[in-house]
Design a protein around this ligand. Structure first.
Ligand SMILES: [Mn+2]
Length: 264
């Protein structure tokens, strides 16, 4: 069966971990196709097949201290991530749809900048009567945080107006230098995998043509993780599909790369 832990096994005991992988199998707040709740298990299962040694950086992820928690429900997100941060660990949450980021972002002190990597702005105040929709993931947080959006290629006038009102930055994902300039020193990264082009990431609920390539995603993660103090990340909106297991592997590897980039 497999798929219970990132990389199949913890590299250290949870108490000693610097990175806590938090599975959040939740998808009741999507607008189109559900299924993202199956992502944590699919990502962990795919991660078991990855080499620990990373060819690009020459690092071995098992040299770094990570441990996976048991899956949590939506109502436990806030207390779990708060506890992990209070223990001085970096939470890497694995959704689930993008609504799982809302309680996490609500925990962040105001001085934390948010890097939002996504095809969609997610800046609606509410969507189809639901303020906790994945289409609203960044709205509340934008009121009192510096938010930089990258990869965006879909949104409505209301979202653009909201982003302007809260002084959000719409960045070019290829321009790391500008993004580094626009972010403060301490950064939280929320990564919706539909930021990637549907040609490499078809397994997502709301695909949008014209997105990032694999190397683009790595470059932005590497540059931000190296240059800033990243206090947490989440990866959301993978919707595993039969025959598209390369998408599970893609997210698993992004997660592995993030840990390596944070260490370098
Ligand atoms: Mn999205």
């Amino acid at each position: 069966m497999g798929g219970k832990k990132f990389m199949g096994t913890d590299s250290v005991k949870y108490e000693d971990a610097e990175y806590a992988i938090v599975p959040i199998p939740h998808d009741s707040n999507v607008s189109w196709l559900a299924g993202a709740a199956k992502a944590p298990q699919a990502i962990f299962r795919a991660s078991e097949e990855l080499e620990r040694y990373d060819f690009d950086t020459g690092a071995n992820v098992s040299d770094f201290k990570f441990a996976t928690l048991d899956p949590i429900t939506y109502d436990k997100i806030k207390e779990t991530v708060e506890r992990v941060m209070g223990e001085g660990k970096i939470p890497i949450s694995v959704g689930g749809d993008h609504s799982i980021s809302i309680p996490i972002l609500s925990l962040l002190p105001e001085e934390i900048s948010i890097l939002h990597i996504d095809a969609h702005m997610d800046m609606r105040e509410e969507y189809r009567g639901n303020k906790l929709s994945h289409a609203c993931a960044l709205y509340e947080a934008s009121k009192n945080h510096n938010v930089v959006h990258a990869g965006i290629r879909s949104g409505c006038e209301e979202e653009l107006e909201n982003a302007r009102q809260f002084s959000n930055v719409l960045a070019n994902y290829r321009d790391s230098e500008a993004i580094l300039h626009d972010l403060g020193e301490n950064v939280y990264i929320t990564f919706d995998v539909d930021a990637l082009d549907p040609s490499i990431m078809p397994a997502t609920g709301t695909p949008e043509p014209g997105g990032m390539g694999w190397l683009d995603a790595n470059r932005i993660l590497e540059d931000i993780c190296r240059e800033k103090n990243v206090i947490g990340l989440d990866f959301v909106e993978l919707r595993p599909q039969e025959g598209f297991h390369f998408c599970d592997a893609t997210v698993a590897k992004l997660l592995m790369k993030s840990i390596i980039y944070l260490e370098s």
